[in-house]
Design a protein. Structure first.
Lengths: 442, 653
């Protein structure tokens, strides 16, 4: 078997939502071991077994169906475990967490599909489709990464990575240049610096866990011409009387947002000023803001009046985000509310008819494709921070025992994990840093 | 018209550190080999510093030794001061450094060359390499002699287009006292290789009888005296002498600053890039202006000469400035310079044009090794030479090439870095380049490489017997420790707890107990926990294994991943420019490097997991067959070489 990676990967394979069954999928060599630990039994291949899923202490997390597909007769060509659970997103998260604690790692975007391809589970004709998938999954992951990396979070990760780099400069310098008349270790006080980096990292993790820095949730922006019913839709989606609604075109001036929960998926919905040419300075500014909001959107709801022809946003209103055409005021056009085609729905914001169909469209557009959507970026960042933390703790322990080369090894590990978020530093870059910091060489 | 012609399996051009190891390795595997060099007197000549080893470098020397090479043995025969570096740190980063007597070193190398079966040595400068239809056929020498061979290893060091600078005057030269190889350089520039310039420098040498040693700090070698080779026990060493430590001062720095306008580096006369870690003294004074003093190691050049090598003041300033700066140092007030320091610029070939076997991609059968690949240092050169010589011989014998992986040897790291990343300064080995350095220790170079060296035909029976015996004792020691139970409350347990200040809460074994930071193998011995017949070397080896156990297992997982990626070949015809989704910068780097495997691609700076996925998918599309990439194992046939005698018999004159 020729895979690129020997890791065992896992992800929630269904769109999050309270209703129905959620699936966690696991693929890779550790799968049988994980299945065993989780279900407490040896699963017969390819049969659905109804059983309990246990946590580390043996207590039940949930009950559900487990199916073990043996390599190579599986989706990916590797050993695959499918766990179907009843619980909502919280339980699924716990289940995934348990699988990760048993040695799997979170799947990268498109990774299941990629493994399937590598292992000959997809034929050559499907290669194009796979390329598209990887391309789009990485674009989405990049969007996700940019979103969770924006501003403060990335600043903090960079700062910690830099502290670790400096530590490595001292430790590697001491190892590679023992004959220099520089005392790398005491000059730098590695212990203190290490403690400081750890403190910063655990603070950052705590804040990130509370969600203070990493906004997750889908960013949905409502846009369209004036008076088509955008503010009415915001109120309808959020279930609050949040925005002013009047029959005067140009009512909404500033952008306005509301948070709501779409079947367990956190969503931030943004109402914007209606787009049109205007001489009004305040309205012009509002329209500029609307464009900016659209540029940052994951999903744009392009609202049009159902009585009018046409639909798709044009010109400036085109963004890279997924776009759903929302044909509003179905009561006035007399047409039936509901799904029209993929990416287009008809609703009545006044009565709420068709909004369910819109919700389904939003979930689709959010890119939940077998756990490969944009939200994994945030989770992966948190995993990376946790791994870096563990490595720094090990470094501190080794420092006390005075094992310089093991401290260096743990620091390399920590640096690699942080590098997974903000970019890795090569051995040559590290050496460059050493030569820039110290006068080395004879 | 050809005056004379001979045919060999392998021809090696150049008798430096790369060339001698290449010739020896090829001949060891049974190939009839010819070593052509400018001068037999300079075989094994150290162009610069009279020292072998150091961090990262002694690792290479031990690997050369484990592969049956000459460098470690020659160092043991010529070393006049030996030290263990990083002795207070862990075993993975410990290294050995030896000061060598130049004359003894040359003698040792020459002796091994002359004693080697299947090897002929001939003194001639090569002026042309004959190539037909993309294959090498032989070489032509300065006086018109022709030598044919299906494999040629080029190891001409700093000699190609060499230009020596002292102050603002410069002249052609391969190193002080030797002519440059300009005809050959011209010829090579016309071939499809990417040529660029690098520079390096050397300090002035000083007459020892003009130095006041009483005012310098002596530095003696270590006791007991370390050895380089697995086969040595220290009895090979000649008389040991000390080095001395001197220092520059404010006056030295003033003299240097005043002379900068006549420095070829600062005046822009030199276009080649020098190494960051081996700066000239003028570089150090300028870049670290706040330093009041720089250390200078005063190293003896040999036992029967009083010439000294002042390590730390490499310079290309004009001679009068060199003279003044030397005399400004304490203890050097009356010092006389015997040879001026200089900088040298030379041609090197972008090593990304090489296969991991060190065969050039452009010319079949032509191998490059040593300084011409952009490296610096005797050890780096020798290691490459051995590999190139071996692979040249294997090619002629119809066997698959062999190159160790990054997880197997520093040699693997060296070659992989060169062929994947190229270099824009003289490349020197450092332990921080080896991500798996906890496994790649100098103490286990033999365990890592001698078994495969034996299969490759590089190792003789006596070394093999000794190696097998050592390996068996280590295995026995490890098994004994693992089998000895440590039960809380037992006598043995109480003794060990008292000795190490540890507590044993639940039953364990000695091997696991040894993993604890506070426990040493010596403790086990002192507490009577190990049998007396387990030798110290074996016990030490087991101690290292225990201490690094968890880390090594983590690295093993990384290595498994690496191997999986190594198994995915990227077809040579892959057109990176046309891959949508790769950044332009990456496209350029990939097109230059043309990585052979996904693993190599993964080490190109700036590559992302997503980009790797794209490469993988495009590669798979190209290879056509569904889900089946060509794996190196499929290509690599058996490692057996033809019997030595039979191949030697094919040699014709
Ligand atoms: C001035 C100077 C300073 C240096 N400074 C350092 C330093 O600070 N640190 C460090 O680590 N290393 C230094 N080195 C580098 C070190 O000397 C080399 O890395 C090492 O010797 C390279 O080995 P090699 O076998 O590749 O080439 P070399 O040792 O240069 O050997 C080349 C051989 O090829 C032969 N040859 C050349 N042309 C021909 C031809 N046309 N036909 C036949 N034979 C030919 C030569 O006679 C010679 O035997 C320095 C070298 C020089 C010259
Ligand atoms: N009949 C009917 N009227 C609607 C519907 N949706 C909105 N309206 C009415 O259309 C008018 C404009 O609604 P808004 O929600 O303010 O429209 P808007 O797009 O936010 O307008 P601007 O903020 O001015 O750009 C109001 O009078 C709403 O009551 C609908 O589905 N049916
Ligand atoms: Mg409005």
């Amino acid at each position: 078997m020729s895979t690129v990676d020997t890791d065992t990967i896992a992800a929630v394979a269904t769109a999050p939502g309270r209703g129905g069954v959620g699936i966690v999928r696991v693929s890779g060599p550790l799968t049988p071991k994980i299945a065993n630990a989780l279900t407490g039994r040896k699963l017969p291949p390819r049969s659905a077994v109804y059983c309990g899923f246990r946590d580390g202490e043996g207590a039940a997390l949930d009950r559900g169906i487990a199916i073990h597909f043996e390599a190579p007769n599986s989706l990916t060509g590797e050993d695959v475990l499918e766990l179907q659970a009843h619980g909502g997103p919280v339980v699924l998260d716990m289940l995934l967490g348990r699988v990760l604690s048993l040695g799997a790692r979170r799947a990268d975007p498109g990774e299941f599909t990629q493994r399937a391809f590598v292992n000959g589970k997809l034929d050559l004709a499907q290669a194009e489709a796979v390329l598209d998938l990887v391309n789009s999954a990485t674009r989405q992951a990049a969007r996700g990464a940019v979103r969770s990396l924006s501003g403060e979070f990335s600043k903090h990760v960079h700062a910690i990575a830099h502290e670790v780099l400096e530590l490595r400069v001292f430790c590697e310098g001491a190892i590679d240049f023992p004959d220099e008349d520089i005392d790398f270790l005491s000059e730098s006080d590695v212990g203190e610096r290490l403690a400081s980096a750890r403190k910063r990292l655990s603070k950052l993790r705590a804040r990130a866990r509370q969600g203070a820095l990493l906004k997750d949730g889908l960013n949905v922006v409502i846009a369209g011409a004036p008076n088509v019913g955008k503010s009415s839709l915001l109120n309808r989606l959020s279930g609050e009387d949040r925005a002013i609604v009047t029959s005067v075109p140009g009512t909404t001036r500033d952008t306005l947002d509301a948070d709501f929960d779409l079947d367990g998926m956190p969503v931030r919905v943004v109402d914007t000023a209606g787009l049109r040419d205007t001489g009004d300075a305040v309205e012009t500014e509002g329209i500029n803001r609307a464009h900016r909001a659209m540029a940052a959107a994951d999903v744009v709801l392009w609202v049009v009046d159902d009585r009018e022809a046409g639909g798709s946003p044009g010109g400036d209103a085109c963004t890279g985000a997924a776009t759903i055409i929302v044909r509003n005021k179905a009561d006035l056009s007399g047409r039936r509310p509901g799904s029209i085609s993929p990416g287009a729905v008809r609703i009545c914001a006044l009565t709420g008819e068709g909004v369910d169909a819109l919700a389904t469209e939003i979930k689709q557009a959010a890119g939940y494709r077998a756990g490969e959507g944009i939200f994994t970026a945030r989770a992966r960042h948190l995993d990376a921070l946790a791994a870096a933390d563990t490595a720094l703790a090990a470094a501190a322990e080794r420092l006390v025992a005075n094992y310089g080369e093991l401290v260096a090894e743990d620091l390399r590990d920590a640096h690699d994990h942080l590098g997974a978020i903000v970019g890795r530093v090569s051995a040559d870059d590290l050496l460059g840093e050493i030569f820039a910091s110290f006068c080395i060489g004879k | 018209m050809t005056l004379h012609s001979e045919t060999y399996d392998v021809i090696v051009i150049g008798g430096g550190h790369a060339g001698t190891e290449a010739a020896l390795a090829a001949a060891r595997t049974g190939a009839s080999t010819l070593l052509l060099t400018q001068s037999i007197e300079t075989l094994g000549q150290m162009s610069c510093n009279p020292a072998i080893g150091g961090i990262g470098k002694s690792h290479l020397v031990r690997e050369i030794d484990a592969l049956g090479g000459a460098m470690a043995l020659a160092t043991d025969a010529a070393g006049i001061q030996f030290r263990t570096l990083n002795a207070s740190k862990g075993p993975a980063v410990r290294a050995t450094r030896a000061q060598a007597d130049r004359t003894l070193y040359r003698k040792a190398i020459r002796h091994m060359l002359e004693a080697q079966e299947n090897l002929a040595i001939f003194q001639q400068s090569v002026v042309d390499i004959e190539i037909r239809k993309g294959r090498v056929e032989g070489v032509l020498t300065a006086v018109g002699l022709e030598f044919s061979a299906p494999a040629v290893v080029l190891t001409t060091g700093t000699f190609l287009g060499g230009r020596i600078h002292i102050g603002l005057s410069n002249h052609a030269g391969g190193r002080a006292g030797d002519p440059a190889s300009n005809a050959l350089a011209e010829r090579l520039r016309a071939l499809p290789f990417a040529v660029d310039r690098l520079k390096t420098g050397t300090p002035p040498r000083i007459a020892g009888d003009t130095v006041d040693f009483d005012r310098l700090k002596p530095q003696w070698g270590d006791e007991p005296c370390p050895v380089m080779s697995f086969m040595s026990d220290g009895s090979e060493h000649p008389r040991q002498v000390p080095c001395h430590i001197a220092a520059t001062n404010a006056e030295t720095h003033r003299i240097i600053r005043d002379g900068l306008d006549r420095s070829p580096m600062f005046a822009g006369e030199i276009e080649g890039v020098g190494p960051r870690y081996c700066p000239s003294i003028e570089d150090k004074v300028v870049r670290f202006a706040d330093r009041a003093s720089h250390q200078v190691f005063v190293e003896p050049e040999g036992l029967d000469t009083n010439e000294l090598y002042p390590n730390g003041i490499s310079t290309s300033l004009p001679f009068e400035v060199q003279f003044a700066l030397v005399r400004s140092m304490e203890g050097f007030e009356r010092a006389r310079i015997t040879r001026p320091g200089y900088a040298i610029e030379y041609d090197f070939f972008d090593p990304r044009g090489l296969e991991p076997s060190l065969e050039t991609k452009a010319v079949s059968g032509l191998y490059f090794a040593g300084q011409i690949n952009g490296t610096t240092g005797y050890e780096e050169a020798a290691a490459q030479g051995l590999l190139a010589g071996l692979n040249a011989a294997r090619k002629v014998a119809g066997s698959a090439p062999w190159t160790p992986g990054r997880h197997e040897a520093y040699l693997g790291v060296l070659v992989d870095d060169l062929v994947t990343l190229g270099t824009n300064e003289p490349y020197r080995m450092f332990s921080s380049r080896a991500e798996y350095r906890l496994r790649l220790r100098q103490d286990n170079a033999d365990l890592r490489l001698t078994p495969v060296a034996r299969e490759l035909g590089l190792v003789d029976a006596s070394r093999w017997r000794r190696f097998e015996a050592k390996r068996a004792t280590i295995e026995r020691a490890a098994a004994a420790l693992k089998a000895t139970r440590l039960t809380p409350g037992s006598d043995l347990c109480a003794r060990l707890e008292a000795r190490c200040g540890e507590t044993v809460a639940k039953e364990t074994n000695l091997f696991d107990f040894l993993k604890r930071p506070g426990v040493t193998a010596a403790d086990l011995r002192a507490a009577g926990a190990v049998a007396a017949d387990i030798p110290a070397v074996a016990l030490e080896q087991v101690e290292v294994q225990a201490k690094y156990d968890g880390y090594i297992r983590r690295q093993d997982r990384e290595i498994a991943k690496l191997k999986a990626q190594e198994a995915v070949m990227l077809p040579a015809e892959l057109d990176y420019e046309s891959i949508e989704g790769l950044s332009n910068e990456l496209k350029e780097k990939l097109s230059l490097a043309k990585p052979r495997t996904l693993a190599r691609a993964s080490r190109i700076p700036g590559i992302t997991p997503a980009a790797l996925s794209l490469l993988l998918i495009h590669a798979k599309r190209l290879t056509g067959e569904r889900g089946k990439a060509v794996r190196p194992e499929d290509r690599a046939p058996a490692r057996e070489a033809a019997p030595a005698g039979e191949r030697a018999a094919r040699r014709s004159a």
